[in-house]
Structure formats: C-alpha cells, structure tokens
Design a protein around this ligand. Structure first.
Ligand SMILES: [Zn+2]
Length: 58
C-alpha cells in the first residue's frame, strides 16, 4: 500500500467535531476539504450536513 501523500499536510485537514458517530457513538472528525466527517472508531464517513441534521433532531 503506497503511503498517502497529503498535499495539505502543513494544515491539518481534520477538525475535531462536536458530534458523535451515528453508528457507534464514537468521536467524529470533520474532514474540512470534503465537507465530510469520519468516525475515529469505526471509520464510517458521513456528510457533515447529515450529521448536523441528525444531531439537531435529537
Ligand atoms: Zn463510529
């Protein structure tokens, strides 16, 4: 597996989001470039908008 070269390495693209994973309840990290969030536990990927909507509705 080739090592992934991150063109944004100097600016950490991951921002810790104040949301929980919709699947396992783990911490989500917002992937700022894609507008997505990824769970640090189960690696599930969600669109930021979907996560936001789900959290607001609770
Ligand atoms: Zn998860």
């Amino acid at each position: 597996m080739a090592e992934f070269k991150n063109p944004y390495a100097e600016e950490d693209p991951f921002v810790k989001a104040h949301f929980d994973c919709l699947k396992c309840g783990g911490k989500l990290w917002e992937y700022a470039i894609q507008g997505q969030m990824v769970c640090e536990d189960c690696r599930a990927v969600f669109r930021s908008a979907d996560v936001f909507d789900a959290q607001v509705q609770t």
